[in-house]
Design a protein around this ligand. Structure first.
Ligand code: ZN
Length: 305
């Protein structure tokens, strides 16, 4: 089955934008949000959930409960498309939106050193790596640099081009890595090499996949699964990449010295943990792609599991 034609543009809603803003503040730009938090209070009002484009999972669920079939549901959310068979590679890329992802706001008294009329609506528009403040009609009012900051009565908004990308809500993967400081740079390089920079969420836990499956760390498991589910919901990640690493202290704690006493046994220990991890992901998210590997401290990766 395929969705064969370009999908229609749906206007972005303020609510969706605010929620996307909230999502980004929490997830994608933790450091920025944390430094901002030290200076101001963030007040974000919103309702509903999601990015406001394409198919609503809850909506589809509701229609299904009312006896509607997939043809009706797909036709409802993707008007103007046709259903058909495809041959060849089993990958269908679907254009969700061609909107710029502008963030709109009102009730602001100033933004980008420009006085604003609180009753009017303005938008933060991405232009290359910068943000332009525009009127709701699209007239450029000020150049804001990398981030637009708007102030109002107790409300402060910040929007950046990355935020705008977040509003479209589609990222590639979640990377599960160990907390070991030696793995930070190699994991980051691995992601960059695979074109994932800025396209993945990250969960760091002692042992990576071992932290998620070893009985020794049973108390942690739920936290990971909750975070993965949240990243699927917020970032629509379709893949999880678990990166265990050699000489991992957590592997020793979890399975004992003997289990990692030499490279061969260490490999086997991780192979088992990673296989279990794949199985657990499959149980919870059957359509999720899973990649599992064991990284040496020089950054080289051996796919296992
Ligand atoms: Zn480790």
């Amino acid at each position: 089955m395929s969705l064969a034609s370009a999908l229609p543009i749906r206007p972005r809603r303020l609510v969706a934008s605010l929620l996307a803003l909230a999502a980004v503040l929490v997830c994608a730009f933790g450091a920025t949000a944390a430094s901002a938090r030290a200076q101001v209070n963030w007040v974000v009002h919103g309702h509903g959930f999601g990015h406001g484009v394409g198919l609503s999972a809850y909506g589809a669920y509701g229609y299904a409960l009312h006896g509607k079939g997939y043809k009706f549901i797909l036709g409802h959310y993707y008007p103007g498309t046709t259903l058909g068979q495809i041959s060849g590679p089993n990958v269908v890329r679907v254009l969700l939106s061609t909107t710029s992802g502008d963030v709109t706001f009102s009730e602001a008294t100033s933004a980008c050193h420009t006085k604003l009329e609180p009753t009017r609506t303005y938008e933060a528009h991405r232009l290359g790596n910068t943000v332009v403040l525009r009127s709701s009609g699209g007239k450029p009012l000020a150049k804001c640099g990398a981030t637009l900051r708007a102030a109002g009565a107790g409300v402060l908004l910040a929007a950046s081009p990355r935020l705008v990308r977040a509003a479209s809500g589609k990222y590639e993967a979640m990377i599960l890595a160990c907390i070991d400081p030696r793995t930070q740079e190699p994991v980051c390089s691995y992601a960059a090499k695979h074109g994932l920079t800025g396209q993945y969420s990250q969960f760091a836990i002692a042992g990576a996949a071992i932290g998620v499956v070893a009985p020794k760390f049973a108390d942690w498991h739920k936290t990971f699964w909750d975070n993965l589910a949240t990243s699927i919901e917020l970032h629509q990640v379709g893949k999880v990449i678990a990166i265990d690493h050699r000489d991992c202290g957590a592997a020793k704690i979890a399975y004992g010295e003997a289990a990692v006493a030499d490279p061969a046994r260490e490999t086997e220990t991780h192979r088992k943990a990673l296989a279990q991890f794949r199985e657990e992901v499959g149980k919870r998210h059957p359509n999720m792609a899973v990649e599992t590997g064991l990284m040496a401290l020089d950054g080289s990766m051996e796919m296992l599991g």
